[in-house]
Design a protein around this ligand. Structure first.
Ligand SMILES: [Zn+2]
Length: 556
């Protein structure tokens, strides 16, 4: 196929948002189409490849656009082939797959490669698994192999959209699912110590189906490190060739509590909590949520934008979802609703357009306290629970303490192959028997004079986790029926592992609410999730589904 590369030039730089970093500048090239016409092709950050319709042979598109720019997915198989060869002239196309050489490291991503070559970005983890030695952060000249079994049908491969990774346990409830996952493990010991062995099934990747499911790790670096360690431990020299049936050995020290060996303390705690969940009585308030006291906590805000990935950041988006939940609860129910945080510029209103991070946010204590982030020295992260507990304490003087609910809204930046909502509940074993916030923190705050100290009995900690798990379970069901993506493997977790540390976020660890969760609504580094959270309709649907989940929990 004849092709000639035109001159490369940079487009005018995008208007830089108020974010610290601006998006990388797109590239545009002129390439010769088979009909001899010069056609413009451009590659923009997170926007994939687009081709100018002018001059493009008719048979090259599906007819959706006769002018303007045609996006890659609307190109014919022949056109896709031509475009890829034009944009990536150094790639080698062979019978067993494509050897892709990274040419624009600032604009390319593993997601983009998966989307161009396999037909969907969600095949990211499969692609990464096929290239174990390559860092996720692309470098110019790196060679990524797209094996034939990952190529899209359009490129002569076998993959239709997302690699099928459905498994028999997908529709089970949390307890049954975890039990089913456990049943797939076998324990053994070799010279390097004890391990749990697992046979990878069709469509499963080491990153998601082993590391994220069995070890509680979800942070990109943690996941990659442990995946490589497991590959090495399992004697897998070339992760590229992992086939269904491959046996992997997971060192016991990395296993999450529910997967620890028989006789371990972690497994006993896990069973105790499951039993507690089963005997936890239902709390009734009716569809109007009469007598229910709810405190909504939108994470981060002000000086603290939270997680950032590309052009999306955490604070304003989760604040908006919390505001939508607040509005629906106030309109449609009799629940008493409060917020822990307020953006003075917008008050409690919802916003369809979010343009830049809001720089001012205050915790609604008396007097209000400017949000100072969530660093170890920050005060506001603690004032959130101090304030919420104060509201619950005054409610308890007249109301039923069992009808108190605390929800903290966040979005995370996990391994990009993970997608959807994940819910954290306060694991009983990780909550201390008592905690006192030093009175020097939050000086002058009325709620601190009345509170700042929590005491929990063993029974209370167990009940807290059990109720929160019950709520989380119903919530995920409501989200799923509202077509909201939920994490594949274990969407309910009771501890966070990050960079070698285990912890429960303070807002739920010290909350006196009967039921409390921290919900990570989306994974900002997953490109599908990022598109969702930027969409106001998605945020509205999310809020509606979440309120449905609250109502289901307090059903008649
Ligand atoms: Zn957060």
């Amino acid at each position: 196929m004849g092709k000639r590369l035109g001159s490369l030039f940079l487009l005018a730089s995008l208007p830089s948002s108020l974010m610290a970093q601006a998006d990388p500048v797109p590239v545009q090239i002129a390439a010769e189409a088979p009909n001899g016409e010069q056609v413009q092709i451009r590659l923009a950050f997170k926007k994939s490849i687009q081709v100018e319709a002018v001059g493009l042979p008719k048979r090259f598109t599906d007819g959706t656009a006769a002018s303007g720019w045609v996006t890659y997915e609307h190109l014919s198989p022949e056109a896709k082939h031509w475009v890829l060869e034009s944009v990536f002239p150094d790639d080698e196309w062979a019978d067993d797959g494509i050897r892709h050489r990274v040419r624009w490291p600032e604009l390319e991503s593993v997601w983009l490669m998966a989307s161009l070559f396999s037909g969907h970005g969600q095949n990211y983890d499969q692609l990464q698994q096929a290239n174990p030695g390559n860092p996720e952060k692309l470098r110019k000249g790196d060679v990524w192999v797209i094996p034939r079994n990952l190529l899209s049908i359009d490129l002569g491969g076998v993959v239709r959209g997302v690699v099928d990774r459905s498994q028999p346990e997908d529709d089970l409830d949390d307890e049954a699912k975890v039990a089913a996952y456990r049943a797939l493990l076998a324990f053994g010991e070799d010279r390097q110590g004890r391990y749990a062995s697992y046979h990878l099934r069709k469509g499963e990747a080491l990153y998601s189906s082993v590391v994220m499911r069995y070890t509680d790790r979800v942070e990109p670096k943690d996941v990659t490190d442990i995946a490589l360690e497991i590959a090495k431990r399992s004697g897998i020299a070339d992760v590229r060739g992992i086939q269904p049936g491959q046996l992997v050995k997971i060192p016991v020290k990395y296993l999450a509590d529910p997967f620890q060996p028989e006789g371990s303390r972690a497994l006993k705690e896990e069973r105790d909590i499951r039993e507690e969940v089963r005997r936890t009585p239902h709390i009734s308030a009716g569809p109007k949520l009469r007598g229910v006291r709810i405190v909504l906590d939108a994470g981060h805000g002000g000086v603290d934008t939270g997680a950032i990935a590309g052009d999306v950041w955490e604070s304003d988006y989760v604040y908006d979802i919390a505001m939508r939940v607040r509005r629906i609860l106030e309109q449609d129910t009799e629940a008493t609703v409060s917020s822990t945080i307020r953006y003075p510029t917008f008050g409690f209103s919802v916003r369809d357009n979010i343009v830049r991070p809001t720089r001012s946010a205050e915790i609604l204590t008396t007097p209000p306290f400017a949000n100072d982030g969530d660093s170890p020295n920050a005060v506001s992260v603690h004032l959130r629970w101090v304030l919420a507990n104060d509201l619950f304490a005054s409610f308890a003087r007249k109301g039923d303490v069992k009808k108190t609910l605390f929800i903290s809204f966040h979005a995370d930046a996990l391994h990009p192959s993970a997608r959807g909502t994940m819910v954290y509940v306060p694991g009983a074993a990780g909550v201390p028997a008592s905690f006192t916030l030093s009175p020097s923190r939050g000086k002058g705050v009325s709620e601190m004079k009345r509170g700042g100290r929590v005491v929990f009995t063993d029974k209370e900690r167990l009940q807290s986790e059990a109720r929160s798990r019950l709520f989380a379970e119903g919530l995920l069901k409501a989200l799923k029926s509202g077509q909201i993506p939920v994490h594949d493997d274990r969407p309910i977790r009771n501890i966070i592992h990050r960079a070698g540390k285990n912890f429960i976020p303070a807002v739920i660890r010290y909350s006196s609410a009967a039921t409390k969760i921290l919900v990570e609504v989306a994974n900002l580094t997953n490109e599908d999730d990022a598109v969702n959270i930027k969409d106001p309709d998605f945020r509205e649907r999310y809020a509606e589904a979440l309120v449905k989940g609250i109502r289901a929990y307090y059903r008649l």
